[in-house]
Ligand binder design. Structure first.
Ligand SMILES: [Zn+2]
Length: 54
């Protein structure tokens, strides 16, 4: 599995975030919800995780 890219988070990454101010990162569903609220962020479900990120 891919681990969430956020510091101190060991949850499984289910979403790839495309952030305009930095590198793409793979994060868990919880972090994706928080980060994806910011302007310009695009969230792409990782392969096999489409159901976890509607
Ligand atoms: Zn996380």
């Amino acid at each position: 599995m891919v681990e969430c890219a956020e510091d101190g988070c060991g949850a499984e990454a289910v979403v790839e975030l495309h952030v305009p101010w930095g590198a793409n990162r793979r994060v868990c569903a919880g972090h994706a919800r928080v980060i994806a609220r910011q302007d310009g962020v695009v969230a792409d479900p990782l392969e096999g995780h489409d159901e976890e990120w509607p």
